[in-house]
Ligand binder design. Sequence first.
Ligand code: ATP
Length: 291
Amino acid sequence: MALLTVEGLNKFYGKNHVLKSITFDIHPGDLIGLVGPNGSGKSTLMRSVLNLEPIKEGTIRLLGEIKKEDTKFFKYLTFLPSENHLYDHLTGRDHMAFIANVHSLDRNCINKVIDKVGIGGYVDQTVKSYSYGMRQRLLIALSILPEPKLIFMDEPFNGLDPTSVIELKQLVRELNQEGITLMISTHNLNILQDLTNDIWFIKDGALNKSYQKESLVYLIEIDESDVEYVKTEIAGSNIDINEDKNTLIIKDKSQLNNYLQVLIRKNINIKSVNENRTSLEQTYKEIYEIS
Ligand SMILES: Nc1ncnc2c1ncn2[C@@H]1O[C@H](COP(=O)(O)OP(=O)(O)OP(=O)(O)O)[C@@H](O)[C@H]1O
């Protein structure tokens, strides 16, 4: 069963139709990256699912039955927001005690999480003395404290130094291995390539889940003089043509042999056949039409 089901989510800000019929399932164990340019709707998507933004249409269910209005929803689905919502005059431990109270958690779990996230050295200081990275860690501690099943992290890597990025990636992996499902938005494609299983892209208010973060394509180089003939007579929907490089691009391996046989039958001179791994950056450029 899906952990979270979102169906037909539409969100408007005035006339700005920010999210258009968003539908998705998140399954236990998923580690999903959410990508999109500035203003594409990543935060709005997370905030709308979490009931932090009113939505015009849409159904949102956790574990098949818990609706976003139920208080249990925020125990099982927690949020690490991109803006810092901490109180400067309180300590990290005060923040944790507050969350523990809200969810009636055993106080022992606070120390467990302090150790896990590595904030023991400063958790008893007031937040006003914290650096940006220290605040991020406290927010992570708060998000994992209720032992959620699913965490939405909105740009958690922003502003972190390389050491903190490495440590946060490791922590995310551990949480995922312990059974927590995560959706993470970030502009850092290298982090996503390294960390996540699935990457979803938002474009023009719609969610595209079908791209592979890395995929193999097959490149068949032919003579320049044959390109036009192949383009008009042979190429179908499974084939792209890079006319600058006189190359046919086959995305589906099962089609490779078929196309090679057809080309040979039609006496097309095949100069080379190569396998090529597309990077997430290439995929991003393709989706957002960046040349
Ligand atoms: N409170 C608001 N009132 C009106 N419009 C808003 C509000 N919040 C966001 N928007 C608009 O909704 C759209 C999506 O914004 P959102 O912050 O969700 O994008 P994002 O993908 O998270 O961007 P970024 O990568 O810059 O954080 C933008 O057009 C933005 O101007």
